[in-house]
Design a protein around this ligand. Structure first.
Ligand code: DGL
Length: 284
């Protein structure tokens, strides 16, 4: 079984794309609604909560967990992979973040390549990154993109309130106004230049992608992560079949939340036919 973790239900955008890509693999989703949003939390809290979430999914039988959440990825993924996992009882398990595949697509450079290469070395694209405060403060998108493509210009815009309002089911006109303000703030940082593309670096933002597209200049391509995550997992599993070898064939899907099940179901802004209802998280 493959685990997908997010601070709330934004990660369902990623889960949905993974399901479409792998209709016969069982998935287990955990949304940490009780502690969402993560985006304005202290880094230490994000690390602790992410580790707890990943461990919960391991305990439920997932050998591999995809962090749908950019905030969790930017703050916690590296330390989970490099420090926690090797010293835990889960050494044959793994956790994958969502930022590496996004950077690969943005820079057209494999993650393993950390030096500028020809012709990427001469790429001069301007990239706008929209993400939570914590993700923008981490500087991870800028750092990882510029490592590979030093001439690219990366401009980050924190959208501090957006994920929380989406999660709370705010009306579209309120979200539209907020997205318009964030886009205007990003464009103001660019002194008249237009971004060639924009990264929606938060699992919740694909839910309002049409609003971003409405406010961004028409020439700006929107890079949204769910499809990128699905393709990345496809490549990963081809090289690491061991993570799915024991999986029973079938399309089992279970959704768990640390929050209030009724409230989560009421506020859900993404759905698809046949989606199972959320269940309260129980430790196994
Ligand atoms: N899911 C988180 C992300 O992708 C954002 C929501 C939150 O702040 O919890 O960054």
């Amino acid at each position: 079984m493959i685990g997908v973790f997010d601070s709330g239900h934004g990660g369902l955008t990623v889960l949905k794309a993974l399901r479409d890509q792998f209709p016969h693999l069982p998935f287990l989703y955990l949304g940490d609604h009780a502690n969402a949003p993560y985006g304005n939390r202290l880094s230490e809290e994000v690390v602790t909560l992410t580790q707890q979430g990943v461990e919960a999914l391991f305990q439920h039988g997932c050998k591999l967990v995809v962090l749908g959440c950019n905030t969790a990825t930017s703050i916690a993924c590296r330390s989970l992979q490099q420090t926690w996992l090797p010293n835990s009882q889960w050494q044959d398990h793994n956790v994958l973040g969502i930022i590496a595949p996004t950077v690969e697509v943005a820079t057209q450079t494999p993650w393993g390549v950390t030096e500028p290469q020809y012709p990427q070395m001469h790429k001069e694209d301007v990239i706008g990154v929209f993400a939570t405060q914590r993700t923008i403060d981490s500087g991870v998108f800028t750092e990882e993109i510029k490592k590979r493509c030093p001439q690219m210009q990366v401009v980050g815009q924190a959208c501090a309130q957006l994920a929380g309002l989406i999660e709370a089911g705010a009306p579209e006109d309120a979200l539209d106004k907020l997205v318009g303000d964030y886009v205007a703030a990003l464009l103001a940082q660019l002194d008249g230049k237009f971004p060639h593309f924009a990264i929606l670096g938060c699992t919740h933002y694909p839910l309002v992608e049409p609003l971003f597209a409405r406010h961004l200049p028409p020439s700006c391509r929107v890079l949204s992560q769910p499809k990128i995550a699905a393709q990345a997992l496809d490549h990963y599993l081809r090289r690491h079949v061991n993570y799915v070898e024991g999986c029973t064939a079938g399309s089992a899907l279970k959704l768990m939340t640390t929050g209030d099940v009724e409230l989560v179901e009421q506020r859900l802004v993404i759905d698809w036919p046949g989606r199972p209802a959320f269940q309260a998280y129980n430790s196994p």
